[in-house]
Design a protein around this ligand. Sequence first.
Ligand code: CA
Length: 232
Amino acid sequence: MSSTILIVEDEHAVARGIEYALQQEGYTVVMARSGEEGLELAVNQAPDLVILDVRLPGIDGFEVLRRLRTAGSRAPVLMLTARDDEVDKVIGLELGADDYVTKPFGLRELLSRVKALLRRAYGDLADAVGGRVIRHEDLIIDLERRRVMRGERRISLTPTEFEILRHLASRPGRVYTRGELLELLRDYEALDQDEKTINVHISHLRDKIEDDPTHPMFVQTIRGVGYAFAER
Ligand code: CA
């Protein structure tokens, strides 16, 4: 599964140039032409990274970023700022942008920033795309063998617990609502359960993988939203 990148940019030529460069590198690209559309896609598609232009019709890039973070999205955001606009850079970084590129920029530079941000955000997990093994600290999730280890210690999970962990750990920082997790589990097995049972599964999962389930370092509760696997 390749990383998905959302481009929010109203200038068609710029957007297409970035799209082409990213696709050449094997990324999946989603495009939005306005801030409103960008927000909607950011919520529905849960991209791994967002490239966000500051100057947009309707709500601008700053407002998009602010609402994204308020909604709990922690995907890295690379902002496209106007030339030499120091104010834009400062505001963007204060609002939680991870990096910025000043227009006009070269696609090669943009690509290297994108790669650096993905590496910083997802670490080895980004490499797990082909490796089928997810590692975080001493937690090792072997997706092919469906085996979970803490260091040398083998951890026995139920199929449902494994599926929840697999989904969360595959996208660190991506917040899953209980409803979403339930939907994902339905794809896997016929579950006649409601959202509260997700809490029970998460609780059992934490008992097994966390050192201190009341202060989890892997599976974190995002209050009022759901759960997310820890970013490094
Ligand atoms: Ca623009």
